[in-house]
Write a protein that binds this ligand. Structure first.
Ligand code: KG4
Ligand code: ZN
Length: 338
């Protein structure tokens, strides 16, 4: 079984070819063209511009993905595409391209929820590593630029939504605070780099850390950082300490709530997904807590945490094709809760 995956939900254009061999999902190619450097100039993603970049990149990226894989079009069994959530202009480029290819090449089309796709980065066989993938039941923590969700997976395609952010996502909080500190977009990796030189001294709030539900809230934390930046004399603000304090506050909340959910639902496996899963401190802290408790922790390699098409293709191995490819529609507001 060979799947071509396509991902265009935001500012990354991705195409990947994956093959399943003896139950192992192997990557043959994974091409990502990002317009992030362009977005960095403006401090964030401009939807119109991201969509225009998608149009420029989509065909070359698919061609490159196929070429690197060593397979020809006729070898591909299925096309998978991220259907949403995301920016409508960007999504339309991937979805309409995938529908067209499905029709012209006569291949089934599998629409994939981008958020579920993130979790499937954990099911990809990484070269030179032992083949270890999550089994069920498994708690899932999704921490991306737009989402912070806790989900209890009972099986492939069978999950219960436990809670999510009521306002900003963890990644969004990193990005917005980075902007306040004059750091480039995307802010998460920048804050994390700066945090390594600082200490958690600013005593920032840990929003909703004690609440009994599995919801999150990060907009108050962003406001606390904004207030500090505004009120503190420019020369007195130690940005590395502020970065370390912000990272510690976000990681504390994520770790605490995830561990509490794992204990409540008595799971012995946790998988983390999304761009913020690339964060070193989160890996370290969650790694330490899960080890103490004998819980197996899965976090994809950093390159599969941020948006890519390999995770979309990986998820598609466990999903069914659409009855009519032409009926597949881009859905910017697809969620895990619905
Ligand atoms: O999953 P993703 O690539 O895109 C979405 O689907 O949203 O996540 C992007 C987010 C951004 O907010 C970015 O700042 C954050 O992931 N991110 C990080 C790190 N790498 C990416 N946040 C903290 N630490 C990192 N190392
Ligand atoms: Zn994403």
């Amino acid at each position: 079984m060979i799947i071509l995956g396509i991902e265009t939900t935001c500012d990354e254009t991705g195409a990947a070819v994956l093959e399943r061999k003896n139950d192992r999902i192997i990557i043959l190619s994974n091409v990502v063209a990002s317009s992030a450097s362009l977005q960095a100039k403006y401090g964030g993603v401009i939807p119109e511009q991201a969509a225009r970049e998608q149009i420029k990149s989509i065909i070359p990226v698919i061609e490159e993905g196929l070429q690197i894989s060593g397979y020809r079009v006729q070898d591909i069994n299925v096309i998978a595409v991220a259907q949403g959530p995301g920016l409508i202009g960007s999504l339309l480029v991937g979805v309409e391209t995938a529908k067209t290819l499905s029709l012209v090449w006569q291949k089934p089309l599998i629409p994939v929820n981008h958020l579920i796709g993130h979790f499937y980065a954990n099911f990809i066989q990484v070269p030179s590593s032992k083949f270890l993938v999550p089994s069920f039941p498994c708690l899932g923590l999704l921490v991306s630029g737009g989402h912070t969700d806790l989900v209890l997976f009972q099986d492939h395609g069978k999950y219960k939504y436990l809670g999510g952010t009521r306002d900003d996502a963890a990644g969004e909080c990193f990005d917005k605070c980075a902007r306040l500190l004059g750091l480039p977009y995307p802010g998460g990796p920048e804050i994390s780099k700066l945090a390594q030189k600082g200490k958690d001294t600013y005593n920032l709030p840990r929003p909703m850390i004690g609440s009994k539900d599995f919801d999150f809230s990060f907009s108050g934390l962003k406001t606390a950082v904004a207030n500090l930046v505004q009120k503190t004399n420019h020369y007195k603000l130690i940005t590395s300490h502020l970065a370390a304090s912000l990272e510690a506050a976000i990681v504390d909340v994520l770790v605490e709530k995830t561990i509490r959910a794992a204990q409540k639902f008595k799971v012995s496996q946790i998988m983390v997904a999304g761009g913020v899963a690339a964060n070193r401190k989160l890996k370290k802290e969650l790694g330490a807590r899960t080890e103490e408790l004998g819980i197996k922790l899965f976090i994809p390699p950093a390159e599969f945490c941020t948006d890519n098409a390999a995770m979309i293709a990986a998820a598609a191995f466990f999903l069914k094709p659409a009855k009519n490819p032409l009926s597949v529609q881009a859905d910017p507001s697809l969620s895990l809760a619905s």
